[in-house]
Write a protein that binds this ligand. Sequence first.
Ligand code: ZN
Length: 191
Amino acid sequence: MAVLKIAPIGEPILRRPARRVERDELASADTQRFIDDLIETMRHAKGAGLAATQVYDERRICVMEVGENPRYPYKPPIPLTVLVNPTVTAITEERFQNFEGCLSVPDLRGVVPRAVGVRVDAWDREGAPIEREVWGLSAGTFQHEVDHLDGVLFVDRVEDTTTLCTWDAFERHHRAPFVERVEALVARFGS
Ligand code: ZN
């Protein structure tokens, strides 16, 4: 396995929609190795998720995992999840204000409105269908990762640009009220 280079904002690959992966391509040794590398790179960078476009690859694949994460200690756990050809559809009108960061946007965070509930359709790494609903803070993580595969970065969705801040300023000024809001959300949905 290998730790891959992460594309920073400004790299054109981050703005191109990823391309669909067909079944035989998914089953290939190359794509299976790539998925392993994507997981290893996410873990190495301590990200909550990583999309192929973020490592200069155009396959429509992303991975997510939240355990004990020092970047996001308030996040409820997400078991290791591999999504191939994912789509995410909002199933609620209700939005919550998520404070997001991104491995491709170094040292910047900002508030992004996200649907509190989404339907996720994808394949797993074996090509088996995934059809599930995701709620709460975890729904924000899924929306962020699938956005990457559509060429969208969280900064595009920041409505109030006065919320943009460095990670240090987040810790000093914004973390406490955000965690309070998040705890209420997590208590409601358990995720
Ligand atoms: Zn990101």
